[in-house]
Design a protein around this ligand. Structure first.
Ligand code: AP5
Length: 223
């Protein structure tokens, strides 16, 4: 059985968050979402939040050094020792190299980079119906994954909201940035022999069943 230190790679709205949450449930490991970390800082009114907001609302990436320092701090916390899923990091080659350094210092390595390859049309459909929990950040979709009670998170009862960067113009910009800057990471992790492509729709059984199948195939162990 292999320890699960995972990366979730994919375009905005490809389902990284949904699948990361499912894998954490299955494997008992921790989700580290840079988008959620930034949004928590924005909500908390921190200096990092103010800086991040100016990039996020334009659909641009937050600078590499700021993002890598935030991830290093998060991966240094003891709850990641049993395994983690990086959701939305790395997103540039510089971040991927920074991650190698961080893991070298902390004494770990990436087991797999899971790549969700989803067509653009499907991405726009997914993002346009997305709602997020304001408390636990769980993602929902008006059509594909609605909450049991309208506007309320099934998991924690938090209020659901639509992200500011999910406006159509900003989504187009985020997709362009993904293609030009993040997509080269597919080859980077392929060359390291850890890339696993996750088909757009494994089945109709939902994210947990899909990810259980992936975890079993890869021999990832539950804690
Ligand atoms: P981040 O929050 O990471 O956004 P993102 O990568 O653009 O990804 P999303 O959260 O939009 O989508 P997702 O792939 O998680 O999809 P989800 O599961 O929600 O980053 C936001 C911003 O922060 C960035 O633009 C950047 O500015 C900054 N940032 C973050 N990380 C950074 C970094 N490393 N460096 C620099 N800047 C950084 O699914 C989408 C919807 O589809 C949901 O409604 C879901 O319910 C639905 N859905 C999911 N799967 C399916 C399915 N199989 N079928 C139907 N519907 C589905």
């Amino acid at each position: 059985m292999k320890k699960a230190n995972l990366i979730m790679l994919g375009a905005p709205g490809s389902g990284k968050g949904t699948r990361a949450v499912a894998l954490c449930e299955i494997l008992g490991i921790v989700q580290v979402s840079t988008g959620d970390l930034f949004r928590n800082n924005i909500k908390g009114g921190t200096e990092l939040g103010r800086l991040a907001k100016s990039y996020i609302n334009r659909g641009e990436l937050v600078p590499d050094d700021v993002t890598a320092a935030m991830v290093k701090d998060r991966l240094s916390k003891p709850d990641t020792a049993g395994g983690f899923i990086l959701d939305g990091f790395p997103r540039t080659l510089a971040q991927a190299r920074a991650l190698d350094e961080i893991l070298g210092e902390l004494g770990g390595e990436i087991s797999y980079a899971l790549y969700l390859d989803v067509p653009d049309g499907e991405i726009v459909r997914r993002i346009s119906g997305r709602m997020i929990c304001s408390e636990c950040q769980a993602p929902y979709h008006r059509e594909f994954n609605p909450p049991k009670s309208e506007g309320v998170c099934d998991k924690c009862g938090g209020k659901l909201f639509t992200r500011e960067d999910d406006m159509p113009e900003t989504v187009q910009k985020r997709l362009e940035v993904f293609r030009s800057t993040t997509l080269p990471l597919v080859d980077f992790y392929k060359a390291k022999g850890v890339l696993v492509e996750i088909p757009p729709e494994l089945s109709d059984r939902g994210a947990v069943a899909d990810m259980r199948e992936v975890a079993e195939k890869l021999g990832l162990c539950a804690r």
